[in-house]
Design a protein around this ligand. Structure first.
Ligand SMILES: [Zn+2]
Length: 291
């Protein structure tokens, strides 16, 4: 982790782990959502992580990333900017290229979890991780594989779960800072999982107990209960990825507002809706008042 001493994402997670609370890592898709997230963090004195998917960075390029970094880093509370699920060379090359121009994410998920084996995962991820670290960018990796996505949801099978005994070696081999374990969590809806989400808390406990990884990130949090969030944080998760919980109220408020109000008024309503949803998460994760 040399070269990452003052890394903003890692500093936020270090304090969260010490204080045993979780950090809301929220995906945003446009400038107003980014603004709403920053305002919410400031209002509740909560640290936060603003996340962008590669597709959003592809669309907005350097100027949009610059905007996100500017508003996050200028905030009165610590907020970092993270690229979520950089799964292909195009996304990683764009992010690294922007960093070389001085427009740098604080952290990037170098996601090679599509690899067939751990060795292949490591071989794909390491060159990018080294380039990120040289630019002061922290990295997140995934061991095991989360199922789900926009379409074609499948129930995860045992073979895809993270093996805690392999995690320490995997983190050492990749040199990454944050691990996204596969514990039965999945992207998308849990509606089709019989009995609802079945998170193997013993995997988190094992990873935490032996201090095998620096930081743990929970993916696949749509529809999960407040208790499950709390349990995962108690078992060592410090970065909590959220997508639809804040995004959907924003979209609903915007869509409804536009039918009866002016666009600026509808946008105000949408920002307010995202902020209110964020407040709930800061309280739930325990980060409110920690900045
Ligand atoms: Zn994810």
């Amino acid at each position: 982790m040399s070269g990452l001493k003052n890394n903003r994402t890692l500093e936020i997670l270090r304090k969260a782990e010490e204080g045993r609370y979780g950090i809301l890592a929220q995906c945003v898709y446009d400038a107003n959502q980014a603004l709403a997230f920053v305002r919410a963090c400031e209002a509740k004195r909560s640290p936060g992580i603003l996340q962008l998917f590669p597709i959003t960075v592809k669309l907005g390029g350097g100027p949009f990333l610059r905007y996100c970094i500017d508003i996050c880093h200028a905030a009165s509370v610590p907020i970092s900017v993270h690229m979520d699920h950089a799964t292909d060379a195009e996304a990683l090359e764009q992010a690294i290229g922007l960093a070389e121009q001085g427009i740098a994410f604080d952290s990037i998920m170098v996601d090679a979890s599509h690899a067939e084996t751990d060795e292949e995962n490591i071989a794909i991820a390491v060159p990018y991780i080294q380039r990120c670290n040289a630019l002061g960018i922290a990295t997140e990796v995934e061991l095991g594989r989360l199922e789900g996505g926009e379409a074609g949801l499948r129930v995860i099978d045992g073979g895809m779960l993270t093996d805690p005994s392999k995690a320490e070696a995997f983190m050492a081999a990749t040199g990454a800072d944050i691990l996204a374990p596969s514990i039965g969590n999945l992207h998308g809806s849990y509606k089709f999982v019989e009995g609802g989400p079945n998170f193997r808390q013993e995997i988190l406990k094992d990873l935490q107990k032996k201090d095998k990884v620096p930081y743990l990130c929970l993916h696949g949090t749509d529809e999960i209960s407040d208790d499950l969030f709390r349990e995962c944080i108690a078992n060592g998760v410090s970065k909590v990825n959220v997508n639809s919980w804040l995004r959907d109220p924003y979209c609903v408020a915007l869509a409804e507002g536009l039918t009866t109000k002016s666009m600026p008024e509808a946008i105000d309503d949408a920002i307010e809706a995202l902020e209110q949803s964020a407040y709930r998460f800061f309280d739930l994760l325990g980060s409110a008042g920690k900045a």
